[in-house]
Design a protein around this ligand. Sequence first.
Ligand code: 8GP
Length: 832
Amino acid sequence: MVKRFEARQSAADVCVGGRSDMSLEGLRRTFREHVFYTQGRFPMGASRNDLYMALAYTVRDQLLHRWIRTVEQLGREDIKIVSYLSAEFLLGPHLENNLINLGLYEDVRRTAEEEGLDIQVLFDQEEEPGLGNGGLGRLAACYLDSLATLEIPAMGYGIRYEFGIFDQEIRDGWQVEHTDQWLRLGNPWEIARPEITYHVNFGGRTEPYEDEQGRYRVRWIPYRTVKGVAYDTPILGYRVNTCNLLRLWKAEAVESFEFEAFNVGDYYGAVDQKIYSENITKVLYPNDEPIQGKQLRLEQQYFFVSCSLQDMVRIYKLLGGDLSRFSSHFAIQLNDTHPAIGVAELMRLLVDENGMDWEPAWEVTCNTFGYTNHTLLPEALEKWPVDLFAGLFPRHMEIIYEINRRFLDEVRNRFPGDEDRVARMSLIDESGERYVRMAHLACVGSHAVNGVAELHTRLLKEEVLRDFYEMMPEKFNNKTNGVTPRRFVVLSNPGLSRLITGKIGETWVSRPEELRRLEKFVDDPAFREEWRRVKLENKKNLARLIRERTGIEVDPSSMFDIQVKRLHEYKRQHLNVLHIIALYNRIKQDPAYDVCPRTFIFGGKAAPGYFMAKRIIKLINSVADVVNHDSDVNGRLKVVFFPDFNVKNAKFIYPAADLSEQISTAGKEASGTGNMKFSMNGALTIGTLDGANVEIREEVGAENFFLFGLTAEDVTSLQKNGYQPMEYYRSNPELQAVIERISSGYFSNGDQELFSPLVDSLLFHDTFMLLADFGAYMDAQRQVEEAYRDQERWTRMSILNVARMGKFSSDRAIREYCKDIWKVEPVPVTLE
Ligand code: 8GP
């Protein structure tokens, strides 16, 4: 509990490091002032939230000076700004991160303590802005952190969803969704900018006209208009003065009352309009794949893209810039295809609104945009029915047709007579119902196209975007993902961070390649002992949290085997379950079976409409119920489904892992970033040759990684030759026994129907080839067990994993984007 703090003076009035412009006494005074003047409370009457808010404002005050100086820089004509356009930013809590980046963590912790406050309790009070689904949104947040840390002038642009990703409850083993209410108690980190607004149009028709010079022009006569209002959040870099801007747009009605409608008596029509407008930014679609045909989703995309591009054009014009040189001032990155309509919107702004001719406008557009692809699943490539698209954006539809006409001329020129290729590459899919292909629009309208891991980029070139690669190979490049070591090591794992810093100094935080210097301590038994002690502490912390959230007791000395990520068949959480059941069967057959004690921990949300994913959650919980209570098992195996996995509780999960499960079907996971977070915290990986696993294994060394399973090539050729899951089933008695356990109703109180959709899908389709990989997975798990039994060996492997993970810092990734795609340089910010 928070102790009520008393107003009392302290003699301490020392200057805080070199990083802060505030003394401890100053911090304390500001904090008290915010309790009183901002929250309107006397100290004794302040609630936990009041205290959190006051502390957040105190810290935000520390950012503002840097922020204003940085924004002034953004207003310089001679610099180039990165605009990161993303429908999702999964930021996680701000307070602790900002304290670390400011270098004020210790001072504020001590100040709080002196005021009688437990800072952890205040951290807990922060609601995380869950404005993303998973990997893609979290990557955007890591990239904002690195852009600021590397002193790159940058803006993030996105949507201020009123309701972010749902909160997950597990009830009776099933996922239950609750609406997220992150704004309920106020958001101290954002500053509303009601004077920065843009109009965004929808529907209607277009009309040709002649301009003053007699040129053919088109104007758009929309059916309805919505207003976008800017909300800004400061994003501070680590121990630098750069404090960039995340600008999120909220939709509002243009007039809160349609007076005309009101006057003619259509009160409800006027109210409907208002509600309709505000709906656009109401809620994040909780899907980690595109949603087919949902009009509101398409409206969201255009809404934020149009506001953002209008904002950039306004800023550029304010600087007196000539729009033909727009791309020398802005580099815009499309985070997947969600903002790809920006290609058509920038053309519209340049040609229709600013009178540019088509060719120079097209050159500006292509030089401005870069496109990052995040998926290989063909069903995940976004496309919109032409009717829906044209109905909402009649002018953009015309622009896309014109881009397509010119583009297909080029294709025909390059590949004469190859009409199949023309049909494949067209921006419009005409094979059945007509669709706008957003990935094609993004490829054609960008000067750079990248995948997010080496394997992913290769497969993009060979398969998904092969035609585009053949025609314009120079556009394609790889940018392997990275994650920020600030949030995912320094903030999440203070014990490990202290141990590392004690050995090699603290420069590794911004230069993680220096972690290599840990290698020379790998043979030092005392260091290894310390390493294990830190891990054990982290496991105890997680065990406490698990007890609190699930009531399950787990043994911190058992191996923590963890798989946290979105629930998806291709990620194969159910392969992990098959392994658990196999171990369980061995114990049932011989209770004296010498199993290595393990705690299997799962976490992750399923899209609310994804039937199989929800069934897998139920299966995990059902297996947990049986295994955790079986006296033959006697606590040696425990299974936990940790509810509501998010950035906030990820902080306790990654640092506590011994084993990281990265077991997707090869060729399906574009990169993965959880794999990096685990390994940076000293977990060893059991994984397939998929996504960035390939590169992680290369870096840490094959001998420090548990590899198994089919390669992407094996998967393709098996599929081509007619994959028969039954063959694997018939030839593996252990697998049969595992499946039999499930289908017999053993985990479902005799109900043989509950899991039959899962079992049938495995036996008769097995799209993700679990049965083909089962044997190899069991073997690899056996090796894991052997290695874990030798704790000295395991610790060596763990240390080497951490020492060799430097490559996977998002700083490295961002440096590559800056050099190869954006062509931007750091611009250090000075405070005077
Ligand atoms: C994810 C990929 O699945 C993952 O492999 C990769 O590491 C991550 O992006 C970052 O590159 N993709 C998504 O999260 C995704 O497509 N989300 C859609 C809901 C937007």
